[in-house]
Design a protein around this ligand. Structure first.
Ligand SMILES: [Fe+2]
Ligand SMILES: [Fe+2]
Length: 443
């Protein structure tokens, strides 16, 4: 499937090239339009939509980055970025005429795209293509605090993408700029942690590839600062968390995302991302310090020292690695909520607590859920009296009884501190992309 999307996108760019060189009436253009359209049709046989994003300098499709393609297409990526286009969505039903018009529109001068690129498509009568900035799904709530946090999350995501893409190209990076942007996150966590944590636990990006890295960094910084680490240490842990899986970039995406059982050889290969990552971050030891090396290397070690890589000499995992290990598993399990196999927060909690003492440092894991809450902030939950509520603030003394806001039915709307009201309790979790979606909209 990925290969087909690559082909379609390449053909589209060839078509754009032809439009710029020969104009859109020339047979050369018609010819390439024909080819591009056929390639899109081919993809639409299997799916409803194709959403391609530009993150940093790379081209990405859902969870995949087209690294090789990215390099090849640098000029095209730049071209689109200059036109404020970092997200392209094509929908089934797209006609050849629409595709031709689209190419015609984007072959225009960049000045035209200054305001809202999508508007240009609307004027041209193109219905089945959408272009613009990358966005978080469900951006409907634009309350000020929340909106600022959304901007912060977005711009951090951009920064993360840039830094990771420079690191992968072995380019120099500016550690101060990176720390500054993580520092913004820390500041914001101390003022309005609810909103940012909510984004990290509930949002979904068009392009998910960097989400895990940023989320693990956010969770690790939040966790370590609540544990009482000094700000500089929190920053260092954040940087290390950001790069914990960098070694995975060296493992083929086929192996990483293989749905079926892995062979022993493939599993060994995946496990090697720890050692590869450690070695890789060693190249940045002068700029970023030793912690990213340690954490990349150790984040799959377990509390009881099983896990990998096998370390006959080491007897204890670095505290930063233990913190990242908890946040890593938490994010990986939580992100599955959006997919077929739903892991609601109670399931995540149970899975992780089963490994308390073996995988995870027990005291540390308890503290983690104390700070994060059993139901993360922003969760849509069903109460025992049938009403629906949003989780607003965690309660450290009793993690299952946070502060909530009842949002439905209308006549019951109010804030409730469950620790003060024993008549109410949380009974079920509503998936924010399925049955919970309509309630998030009310918010
Ligand atoms: Fe990992
Ligand atoms: Fe990870």
């Amino acid at each position: 499937m990925l290969a087909k999307i690559e082909v379609a996108f390449k053909e589209l760019l060839t078509c754009l090239q032809a439009a710029k060189m020969y104009g859109t009436v020339h047979p050369m253009f018609q010819n390439s339009l024909e080819k591009a359209f056929a390639a899109f049709e081919d993809v639409f046989n299997d799916r409803q939509e194709i959403i391609i994003g530009i993150v940093g300098d790379e081209l990405a499709y859902e969870k995949e980055i087209f690294f090789d393609l990215g390099k090849l297409l640098r000029p095209a990526i730049l071209y689109l970025k200059e036109r404020n286009i970092e997200r392209l969505a094509f929908y089934r039903g797209l006609s050849k005429e629409e595709l031709g018009k689209f190419v015609n529109v984007i072959s225009g001068p960049k000045e035209e795209f200054k305001t809202d690129p999508q508007q240009l498509l609307v004027f041209a009568g193109i219905e089945n293509i959408n272009i613009g900035k990358l966005k978080v799904a469900d951006k409907q709530d634009k309350g000020t605090a929340e909106f600022n946090q959304l901007n912060l999350y977005d711009s951090s995501m951009d920064k993360v993408a840039q830094v990771i893409s420079s690191v992968l190209n072995l380019e120099k990076i500016d550690p101060r700029a990176l720390k500054l942007s993580l520092n913004n996150i820390i500041d914001s966590l101390s003022v309005q942690r609810q909103e940012l944590l909510k984004l990290a636990t509930v949002k979904r990006y068009d392009v998910e590839v960097y989400v895990h890295m940023l989320n693990v960094a956010i969770f690790s910084m939040y966790f370590s600062s609540r544990l009482g680490f000094e700000k500089n240490d929190v920053l260092d842990i954040g940087v290390a968390a950001l790069f914990h899986d960098i070694g995975k970039m060296y493992i083929s995406r086929k192996t990483l995302h293989k749905p079926a059982q892995l062979s022993e050889q493939e599993f060994t290969r995946i496990k090697s991302h720890t050692v590869l990552g450690g070695e890789f971050m060693f190249k940045y030891v002068d700029t970023l310090g030793i912690l990213p090396v340690v954490v990349s290397f150790e984040h799959h070690l377990k509390y009881d020292m099983s896990g990998y890589p096998r370390l006959p000499l080491l007897r204890k995992q670095h505290i930063a690695s233990s913190i990242v290990a908890i946040c890593d598993v938490y994010d990986a399990l939580s992100q599955r909520r959006g997919y077929k196999q739903d892991y609601s927060p109670d399931v995540v909690y149970n899975i992780m607590n089963k490994d308390k003492g073996s995988s995870f440092n027990p005291g540390l894991l308890d503290k983690f859920f104390k700070f994060m809450g059993f139901w993360p902030i922003g969760s849509v939950v069903g109460l025992n009296d049938g009403s629906i509520a949003l989780v607003r603030e965690e309660n450290e003394a009793d993690i299952r009884r946070p502060k909530i806001e009842i949002i439905s039915p209308q006549d019951k709307k109010r804030l409730v501190d469950l620790s003060q009201d024993s008549s109410l309790s949380i009974q079920r979790y509503l998936n924010p992309w399925k049955e919970g979606k309509e309630f998030l909209k009310i918010n």
